[in-house]
Design a binder for this molecule. Structure first.
Ligand code: IMP
Length: 202
């Protein structure tokens, strides 16, 4: 089936995560698409009950599209370590969750290091699922990955989340040290967006 084209010039970004919102808004802006975030519209955050990135992004995009009556795009993403059989993966945000409801990424990165440090295999990757949903329930989903290695200690204060402990293949700087434009050129999010753009925007 041919993918549905996105003709709207303004869509809802179904995320409450500032780092993801910033990067997705920048990617969409390159194609002339403007965003309003689910947070700005006061939409609730649905529970992420699926076990795949595409599944959880679909829940978030559909909930926002139906609540707002507009096309919505959701981003579900995560960090995977091969020595941990792909964990934290879809549970990446959960590993940062604190009892008071806040998220502590320094602690989450330290947990990865504590569990994986005795393994010589340092392979790691980021995944990103981008799902577009229409108010009538139609969805289009795309998955992107960025492969590399995890490093310790974390380096760099650009970016967000687990960026300071990831060095992309062929690079020397962590995502946390790189210029935003350099991360954009090779990130999991950019890879997913390139597929989305080619299917729904070109
Ligand atoms: P979720 O998609 O809301 O389940 O959360 C994904 C989590 O993965 C975020 O809270 C981030 O910590 C992490 N994450 C996703 N993408 C990136 C990225 O580009 N850099 C660093 N961390 C990321």
């Amino acid at each position: 089936m041919t993918p549905r084209r996105l003709v709207e010039r303004r869509i809802v970004l179904a995320t409450h995560n500032k780092g993801k919102a910033r990067e997705n808004a920048a990617l969409l802006a390159t194609r002339g698409v403007d965003v309003v975030t689910a947070g700005e519209l006061g939409l609730p955050e649905p529970a992420e009950t699926e076990t795949t990135f595409i599944g959880n992004a679909t829940i978030k995009a559909l909930a926002a599209a139906r609540a707002a009556g507009q096309v919505a795009m959701a981003d579900d993403s995560g960090f995977s370590v091969r020595a941990l059989d792909g964990a934290p993966g879809v549970y990446t945000a959960d590993w940062a969750q604190q009892p008071d409801g806040s998220r502590d990424y320094a602690q989450a990165m330290a947990k990865v290091e504590r569990l994986a440090r005795h393994d010589r295999d340092r392979a790691a990757w980021f995944s990103c699922a981008l799902v577009l949903a229409w108010p009538d329930g139609h969805v289009e989903g795309f998955l992107g990955e960025a492969h590399g290695t995890w490093v310790w200690p974390p380096r760099g204060d650009r970016g967000f989340g687990y960026d300071p402990m990831f060095v992309p293949a062929g690079g020397t700087q962590t995502f946390g040290e790189m210029e935003p434009a350099a991360k954009h050129a090779i990130s999991h999010r950019a890879a997913a967006f390139a597929k989305l753009a080619s299917a729904c925007l070109d």
